[in-house]
Design a protein around this ligand. Sequence first.
Ligand code: ATP
Ligand code: MG
Length: 425
Amino acid sequence: MRILLYTGKGGVGKTSVSAASALRCAELGYRTVVLSTDSAHSLGDSFNTRIGNELVELTPNLWGQEIDLLHQMDKYWGRVQEYLNALFAWRGMDSLVAEETSVLPGMEELASLMQITHLAESGVYDAIVIDAAPTGSTLQLLSFPDIARWYIEKIMPFERRTLQIARPIMSRMSDFPLPDDDIFESVEELVDVLERTSLLLSDSNISSMRLVINPEKMVIKEAQRAYAYLNLYGYAVDSIVCNRVFPQELQEDYFNGWIEAQQRNLALVEEAFHPLPIFRIPFFEEEVLGQEMLQRMAATIFGTDPVRGGSGDPTQIYYQGEPQKIYARNGHYILSIALPLVEKDEVNLHRSVVDELIVRIGNWKRNIALPIGLARLEIDGAKYEGDRLNILFRKEEFDSEDAAESIQTSPWAQLKARLQGESVA
Ligand SMILES: Nc1ncnc2c1ncn2[C@@H]1O[C@H](COP(=O)(O)OP(=O)(O)OP(=O)(O)O)[C@@H](O)[C@H]1O
Ligand SMILES: [Mg+2]
């Protein structure tokens, strides 16, 4: 069973590429489900049909679903949320604020995660293709299991059994809202699902993340950042899908500037994501709607004939390895980059703008987007270990208030701070 998740900036072609991949999977005989987790659904449009919150059969072997977040949330989360409301209010938060914070950004993502896990564990499908929301929300989705576990541990401070004994006394002594048994059950179930989801999505033999881009600077930059974050969370990206490439044979003077810019940007893409394979899709002469266009699109990504050398199979793992990873070791955060073939002479590190690192070794150059938390840190040096270039960021500062603040910009982090009783601006 394979999970293929496509994400990227708004409008780059995620839905089309997901639909094309799913259709190809089904044609290869895999029992496939294509799932949209973006609340602005357009998966149905790609297939020229209506897809709703329930699974519908689209073609032989292919089912589709557009997850209705509100519906899913009601199903799984209503009771727990009530409790959180009460708890926040008790913690001295203004009840209005309390209500807002318990509809946490990320709670919606939870519904999608639950459905993915449910489908993956059903044993019914060979391939699950996810048309994910634009990058930001998807990163939130993928970071959710980690953060939620922390959050739940903090917010559910009592063991269930302890509570059964303490309930009569505590309810007399304080107005702390004590959770009912069934709320505990919901939360335990939730933690359990999150564990399982995390295992599924971070297993590179099961799940591959694919970044969909266009050959445009801003799109590439966002994808680089997403790539860094995915590496940070330990999710495997196995390829880049570069959509809307103008064909060379386009002979319209009007577009010359665009074609040249795209050529430059394609070089940038190669450099930024090396050694990931990059699939190019031409800008078609019409929209990608309906099976025939989806088949055309799939053919340009995965190949059709043996001449092109494409296996034609979207479920193939196109790259395995960890081109980039980030971890902590002995007072440093280490950004580790796989550089097996590079001549190991002088390494030149250079920061372009705040959150970018340019690594230069001889003629070879790599442009790396840094997660905010790392971008602020001093670099203590870089060294080769095995086939990897490891860049050392000094950790002390990272733990200082200033740097900590920079990684604590998410609403989640603000919430964490609140729960820890720290002041929040
Ligand atoms: N290579 C292409 N050639 C021509 N049209 C394309 C191509 N790729 C996508 N399109 C069209 O561009 C539009 C946007 O594509 P799509 O919906 O797949 O993007 P998206 O990334 O899912 O957007 P959103 O972020 O809004 O969900 C659609 O009308 C689609 O048919
Ligand atoms: Mg879309």
